[in-house]
Design a protein around this ligand. Sequence first.
Ligand code: SAM
Length: 256
Amino acid sequence: MRFDVITLFPEMLRVLTDCGITRRAHEGGLWQLATWNPREFTSDAHRTVDDRPFGGGPGMVMLAEPLAQAVEAAQAAQRAAGVQRPRVLAFAASGLPLTDAKVRRWAGEGGGAVLVCGRYEGIDQRFLDEYVDEEVSIGDFVLSGGEVAALALIDAVVRHLPGALKEPSAADESFADGLLDAPQYTRPEVWRGRSVPEVLLSGHHAQIAAWRRRQALVRTAQRRPELLQTARASGRIGPAEESWLDAAAASGEVKK
Ligand code: SAM
């Protein structure tokens, strides 16, 4: 899979190719990264990429033209690499939420994506209307720029590319089955007086699986009840699991 990132700060993307799972997957040829700086697509002496907003207001807005030329250069590079129609995504706090379902879909489809990182107060809407397939938000907060969002998206997609993970843990992780992950423990068995739950030391696989499932259900009910409702609506919670949740509510572990 190929990512072309349009950014005023290309050096911020380096962590992906320098560290961890994404570095290994990059070295293994599972994905490629190129960056394009809109300043390289300006024609004035100051290499201007922003201007004041029409209608007034604080801050600056990114100019459409340098971004358009950068995206066209990125699309041409994608085509040269064999990707005919890369998806063009722009990061925006006002965009549609990035979800596990989208990440898995994009990883499954492969191909390529052009990611546009905003800065300042954002991007001229006419560029977004002309070039962008979807505006993407990584959460209900405002970042200084889209680069951190690009890191999050690429990291999340790359770990789903076949061969990126040494063990196929992505299938058990949070959101994979609509629930949050169960708590994890490692050595020592007792740390500062806190013991690992006994069942995890039992070697009894069925009991461990049941314990993890109950923990995932209870944790999801406690922290993200809306996810539990969606899992219920899609028939992913059985009667025995409902009775665990009823018992957790009766004991006060989960609020009704
Ligand atoms: N004026 C914008 C607003 O209120 O929505 C905020 C602009 S922000 C300072 C600059 C850039 O950071 C945005 O153009 C976008 O690319 C990126 N950004 C900020 N928050 C983001 C978020 N939650 N998700 C994705 N990108 C974000």
